[in-house]
Ligand binder design. Sequence first.
Ligand code: NAD
Length: 497
Amino acid sequence: MTVQVHHFINGEFVAGEGKTQIPVTNPADNSVIATLNVANDAEISQAIISAQAAFCHWRTVPVSERARLMLRYQHLLKQHHDELATILAQETGKTFEDARGDVWRGIEVVEHAANIASLMMGETVENVASGIDSYSIVQPLGVCFGITPFNFPAMIPLWMFPIAIACGNSFILKPSEQDPITPTRLAELFAEAGAPSGILQVLHGDKSVVERLINDPQVKTVSFVGSVAVGQQVYRQATEQLKRAQVFAGAKNHCVIMPDANKTQVINQLVGAAVGAAGQRCMAISVAVFVGQSYSWVEELRAALSKVTPGLWNDSNAAFGPLISPAAKVRVLRLIESGKAEGATCLLDGSAAVVTGYEQGNWVGPTLFTDVTTEMSLYREEIFGPVLCCLHVDTLDEAIALVNANPYGNGTSIFTASGAAAHQYQQQVEVGQVGINVPIPVPLPFFSFTGWKGSFYGDQHAYGKQAVRFYTETKTVTSRWFADDVVSSPNMTISLK
Ligand code: NAD
């Protein structure tokens, strides 16, 4: 029996009357587990009207009340942590522990949103001129819109709506149509936490829903996380409409391995960072750059990778799950074949991997290439699968030049025992999130998620102080009070002297 995924419009969960239906499949066997109706024009209009009405009230609610909603929500999310992880694992194929991590990284953002009062404080300067004070206040914008990808269906929606709503906005979420059940459950729990009707709306669907919302004049901001091609299109469309936009796009994350690094750590960490979540993380390491002698460790890396296998979400021996869709598998297999055809050496080939009893699933096993060059499609394109490409250079300077020449700049890491090498890397690398002996340096929510170059379009990044700036506007007040002012009413006159 398949589940009908519901929209969340004006405080009600509704199946919707949109005529286009999209099946939601289990990536482990491609069976249909749910169906959604793409939101139609009337439903989108209703969500926008309701979100605008909710905003008009919500913006007047005291900031500490808004913070308390986040505290209650955080508490509920923790209570439902395993339930959410189970739903998430079933629709994405992620292992249960990985799914728990997806939910947990979102809960941390909700915790951060509960501190909203201190994040929204303005500034004051007394006596900017004789008897005149100036101060700034931070105000919400209105209806904010977020479009999220399949690969973190809990964490990425939670990067967006808790901060936007804590700031006093209302929010419309368009989750990925590939795993919409988790974000819908997040919305149910938000309502259960006491969120007023209309401040969060969830509209399911595809491109048509996104375009309609970006073009609506009542929608004030656009946040997008997803692929490069779609991200660029969304950014162009949103800025064409003169909207505030932030777009988090694709990546190609390099790990630089210095010869003085701890070999055991490097190999263990690279395995997890390259094939964890089947490589479907925007911060996954997809390129290992070995400097000097460290290249001789490749054989041990191959041996370690060959021991990990994909499997079902509830198989505790599985290192990772299937790819999200048959189309994703076709893309990854095409890139593996292109690597072989273009002259790279495939030391480990996961193309033929299957899980017994689930032969129809989108499985790809760990795959390792050496002799990769920067001209190959394997290097130039985002693979988004459990495939690691190894390159070899002689010096740290060459490694930095190689990373900086790449058009993406989401995350990178260096493994070394040298503080000087780590400092040089941190200072010179043109990537927004740097790990030093840490393979996947995702910042906690009191910082921001700061991808650079082709991995990000916009100005203010996700969560942290930057998200508060993104979801608010600053108003500066200049004020003077005259000592001989008189306040009068029909019945009385009060002298302020
Ligand atoms: P995607 O671009 O296919 O889809 C993302 C969202 O955009 C979905 O909600 C989808 O319905 C919608 N969409 C798809 N086509 C559209 C169109 N033509 N117009 C408007 N909206 C459209 O991405 P995905 O496959 O779901 O996610 C994987 C990608 O996301 C990878 O490239 C990954 O690197 C990237 N990602 C980036 C970050 C980051 O922080 N930089 C984080 C997570 C994922």
